[in-house]
Write a protein that binds this ligand. Structure first.
Ligand code: CDP
Length: 248
């Protein structure tokens, strides 16, 4: 986020963005559920230029034992960026940024998981960013949500994530890399199916009315993502559902 780049052109004469999107349009998303045979659940997701893979394990006995909680499962979320995922090499291992993203992403899932049903267990969510192009934390959450379903872990509903932001004085949905780099604000959120916000972060500056506008837009974005997630689940599990219906 840099406010000194006023010379960057974000919109063409038709009001379209550098990647030809309308201000309220998200980047194309591709999803494949169940891509890893060793994980209990997994999902590969592309969103614009982002490529992420999520793997879920559990509920399983939490190790090391000192991490066990007597009355509920411990939920662990690890967001990791591969060194080759960015333009400049990302330094391997945890960073302040990845620790922060892991923490807020874990908290984004806590309200939808039934941790109290699994004392002493762990639910482990790992997300690897293979290619980063702005919006990796939201892409990671969207993939993790589907990997949790693939793992058969009961949930109150899906979690969907998206960002809105301000570029060239306008509020837009799902910032791409130049918009993220040179825009004025970035507002990623995660939301449950029933509209509860489980993650909200903000980088940059928005006036109260711009914030309202961005919040309305980003919630619309999450609903668009939710529809794509549901379609991917249907594609993956429709045949299973058909088989079950045949058995009745
Ligand atoms: O990826 P996200 O938008 O959730 O997080 P960010 O911290 O706002 O980063 C925005 C983008 O900057 C990332 O998606 C990467 O494309 C890039 N980035 C990078 O090139 N090197 C890093 N160490 C971190 C981020």
């Amino acid at each position: 986020m840099s406010s000194n780049q006023t010379d960057v052109v974000f919109f063409d004469e038709n009001g379209l963005r550098t990647d030809q999107r309308k201000p309220d349009e998200i980047r194309p998303m591709k999803i494949k559920i169940g891509v890893l045979s060793r994980a209990n659940g997994s999902c590969y997701l592309e969103w614009g230029g982002n490529k992420v893979i999520a793997a879920v394990y559990g509920p399983r006995e939490a190790h090391p034992r000192r991490m066990q909680l007597a009355g509920k499962a411990v939920i662990r979320y690890r967001y990791n960026m591969q060194s080759f995922s960015v333009e400049d090499r990302a330094r391997p291992g945890p960073s302040r940024r990845s620790s922060e993203i892991s923490k807020v992403s874990r908290e984004a899932f806590e309200p939808v998981l039934f941790a109290e049903d699994y004392p002493k267990a762990a639910i482990d969510i790992f997300v690897e960013v293979l290619q980063a192009d702005a919006g990796t934390r939201t892409a990671a959450i969207n993939a993790a949500s589907l990997a949790l379903v693939d793992a058969g872990i009961p949930m109150r509903g899906l979690v969907s994530a998206c960002a809105a932001g301000k570029v060239g004085g306008k509020i837009v949905l799902d910032l791409n890399k130049p918009e993220d780099n040179y825009g004025e604000a970035d507002l990623p959120i995660a939301m449950t199916e029933d509209g509860k916000i489980t993650l909200i972060q903000m980088d940059g500056h928005l006036t109260p009315s711009e914030f309202e506008e961005a919040m309305a837009l980003v919630q619309q974005g999450c609903r668009q993502v939710l529809e794509i997630q549901k379609a991917a689940l249907l594609e993956k599990f429709a045949s299973v559902m058909d088989d079950e219906e045949d058995e009745v």
